[in-house]
Design a protein around this ligand. Structure first.
Ligand code: NAD
Ligand code: MG
Length: 394
């Protein structure tokens, strides 16, 4: 077996840590080429000591000096680099086989795209990159021969429920619908009134999954599911009408594919991201993930329709997809700004959706073909959303 050399973008985050846990179980299969981080330098230093990557990278030279200091007492081969260009180099270097895209937000766009351009095997957790630049991503992957393997649990479940090898055409394999399951988050049963009072701590306390803060808030507003609808649209070439969202509070079924003959294929498992990560790392082989066996005895699996009135963000994401062009990028940028403001207690939870709706109302759904165009749209939408925050505070 040839060993895969891996770069993990966002190694210090929730997905990064779960990936390293799976990688460590298979030293014969995987070796770590590079790790990137941001802010949590002690954690990155500890990962460097444990996994001995050839490179580690952080965003600026100040962080790099601090990381070098932390690593100085140890005899390591790890070279510390800095800057987004270093991230791009480490995800496209000729030695690298696999890149795990686990940075949160549009900040992951450039290094993830660099991996796709270089024709790598790309394990995609960073859904925001697809939401912002889906067309560009899919076109680039087609041209470079990059293999995109979804790590987001729902998309990984859909991938597993599609015929293999997946050829990129739903109609050709008799698929009628993709059914994305959603847990409904911590406020599934809250009234609109109760939701206006919720705190960042409550929003981050997800009932089934342990995740980074931004995706936890997205799960609470159901924007996470909205972003996943857009992600599914690009990954599986699915029309918006072919994508349905169903609330399934137990998070046992991770998503489903509905075929013309009435068959519905599903993937089930415990809610632990090491399962989709191990699936994508090992694909097409099956490898141990460390996740305990699913025990179905005594479990009730239930399903509900999502409520647009209490979860307007899901509807906004469908609207962005219908309006097309750069609208999903606008939605994403405004959401990132609004979620950060909510976490910083500068706006209320129920103001997140108003900031996004306002940003979408003032934007045009023109098409953008290049990375620079998309980054400009992202920057404009962020500026507008920042102004909206001031109105929320007034
Ligand atoms: P996290 O906040 O725990 O970790 C984010 C990582 O990105 C960290 O390593 C951080 O250092 C890095 N990072 C943050 N800002 C950065 C910046 N500006 N530049 C460079 N690096 C930066 O997030 P997470 O929960 O691990 O999620 C990562 C991605 O995976 C997100 O896109 C999320 O939607 C997706 N995802 C996460 C889960 C989950 O269970 N956590 C599930 C499915 C998909
Ligand atoms: Mg998901």
């Amino acid at each position: 077996m040839t060993q895969q050399k891996i770069t993990i973008l966002g190694a210090t985050g929730s997905i990064g840590v779960s990936t390293l846990d799976v990688v460590a179980r298979h030293p014969d299969r995987f070796s770590v080429f590079a790790l990137t981080g941001h802010r949590q330098l002690e954690k990155l230093a500890e990962q460097c000591r444990r996994y001995q990557p050839r490179f580690a990278a952080v965003l600026d030279e100040g962080q790099a000096s601090r990381l070098r200091e932390l690593l100085a007492p140890f005899v390591l081969q790890t070279e510390v680099l800095s800057g987004i260009e270093a991230f791009e180099q480490l995800s496209s270097a000729s030695e690298v086989d696999t890149v795990v895209a686990a940075i949160v937000g549009a900040a992951g766009l450039r290094p993830t795209l660099a991996a796709v351009r270089a024709g790598k095997r790309v394990l995609l957790a960073n859904k925001e990159t697809l939401v912002v630049a889906g067309q560009l991503f899919m076109r680039t992957a087609k041209n470079s021969g990059a293999v995109l393997l979804p790590v987001d649990s729902e998309h990984n479940a859909i991938f597993q429920s599609l015929p293999q090898p997946w050829q990129g055409d739903l109609a050709m394999c008799g698929v009628r619908r993709i059914i994305l399951t959603a847990s409904g988050g911590p406020f599934r049963a809250y009234t609109l009134d109760a939701m206006s009072q919720v705190t960042p701590e409550q929003a981050c306390a997800h009932p089934n999954w342990v995740m980074g803060k931004k995706i936890s808030v997205d799960s609470a507003t159901m924007m996470n599911k909205g972003l996943e609808v857009i992600e599914a649209h690009y990954l599986f070439n699915a029309a918006p009408k072919q994508i349905e969202v169903v609330i399934h509070p137990q998070s046992v079924i991770h998503s489903m594919v509905d075929y013309l003959d009435g068959s519905v294929m599903a993937q089930l498992g415990n809610p632990d991201m090491r399962t989709p990560i191990a699936h994508a790392l090992g694909y097409p082989d099956r490898i141990d993930s460390g996740v305990s066996m699913l025990d179905l005895i005594g479990k009730n699996l239930t399903f509900e329709r999502p409520d647009d009135a209490r979860f307007p963000c899901l509807k906004l994401a469908f609207d962005a997809l219908e309006r097309g062009g750069v609208m999903p990028a606008v939605l994403n940028a405004a959401n990132e700004v609004a979620v950060e403001a909510f976490l910083g207690r500068r706006i209320r939870y129920d103001q997140i959706s108003s900031v996004i709706a306002a940003a979408m109302t003032q934007a045009y759904a023109h098409s953008a073909q290049t990375l620079d165009d998309l980054l400009a749209v992202d920057a404009d939408a962020r500026r507008f959303a920042q102004q909206q925050l001031l109105r929320c505070a007034a």
